[in-house]
Design a protein around this ligand. Structure first.
Ligand SMILES: [Zn+2]
Length: 310
């Protein structure tokens, strides 16, 4: 049987979203193909979607927007989508589902598409509601008869979700809602095989590398200056000269890359960020830019940034 890997947070996100509606619902799956595809993000439907007891309609504008963000920012592909069959008890894709996915494959020239089907399996009266999730792969050659997948669970939170949560990324998601449902509330064709530890570490490293590049890019475009990047024994140092102000930013290279210090100096005036007052990580590009702006303001005794060009 084919196997797919999904982070525990993403499977719980599917279950949580399924249990939140008195109708069908769904979302998109983003990740990487490979001999065994890996899902890093399971979303909820976009704001313009429609849900009913017997079907749900995807918000295609939202899908386009989020697919672009996933591809450009993270190098991830749209692997397929998921939807719930509410309380119908049907764990396989319906004829309507198969035709929809067939059209998706043919229209976009996809080689294959994944589809997860979630169902609620407990009577409505039960205090703790449970779900089942089944995964299918629709190969281009025989999309009308998809293959059932074995679901491999990667323990913990997807590194992508962690970063997007820290950034509170504006992609119409509730980044923390998955925590409302425990792993015990989700079952299905889930294998007990564990993913290789090195692989899981390498995923984290690759998301962290991209997130740090986003920070460099944001600093360079916001302040129109180059960032000098150096690795030291105590972490990683970014230094930059913004007009007459010298900025030094240090962050730890231990997940989630917390900021250890930020210092602004102009002439004899200095101003520092206190990490004990606020937890900020290098993944939070907007927040880091705001900290630097406020330090520059403090060394110049103004709320306004000094002119950026020298
Ligand atoms: Zn369906």
């Amino acid at each position: 049987m084919n196997r797919i890997w999904i982070y525990e947070s993403e499977l719980r996100a599917i279950a949580q979203e399924t249990l939140s509606w008195k109708s069908e619902t769904g979302g998109d799956l983003f990740g990487k193909w490979g001999s065994e595809p890996t899902i890093f993000l399971a979303t909820r439907l976009g704001p313009q979607s429609r849900r009913s007891q017997s079907q749900c309609q995807f918000d295609l504008h939202f899908l386009e927007q989020i697919s672009t963000a996933m591809a450009v920012d993270w190098g991830l592909q749209f692997l397929g989508d998921w939807h719930s069959h509410y309380r119908s008890g049907v764990t396989h894709p319906s004829r309507i589902d198969r035709n929809r996915i067939g059209r998706l494959i043919e229209r976009n020239g996809f080689e294959r598409v994944l589809e997860f089907i979630a169902t609620i399996v407990t009577p409505e009266s039960e205090a703790i509601q449970k779900t089942q999730v089944h995964g299918y792969i629709f190969p281009k050659a025989h999309w009308y008869s998809p293959d059932l997948l074995e679901i491999g669970l990667i323990p913990g939170v997807s590194p992508l979700r962690e970063i997007l949560t820290l950034r509170d990324a504006p992609l119409a998601q509730d980044w923390n809602a998955w925590q409302q449902v425990s792993t015990d509330q989700v079952s299905g064709w889930v294998t007990t095989v564990q993913p290789p530890v090195e692989l899981v570490h390498s995923y984290r490293d690759s998301f962290a590398r991209r997130a740090i590049l986003h920070l460099i890019f944001q600093l360079e475009t916001t302040f129109q200056i180059p960032v000098v990047d150096a690795i030291s024994d105590n972490g990683r140092d970014f230094s930059m000269q913004i007009a007459d102000t010298d900025i030094r930013l240090r962050f730890s290279e231990t997940w989630p890359f917390p900021i250890v210090s930020v210092q602004a100096r102009s002439g004899s005036e200095t101003s520092s960020f206190d990490p004990d007052q606020e937890f900020v990580t290098a993944f939070q590009c907007d927040r880091v830019v705001a900290v630097i702006r406020s330090l520059i303001g403090r060394v110049h005794h103004t709320d306004e940034l000094p002119p950026l060009s020298v």
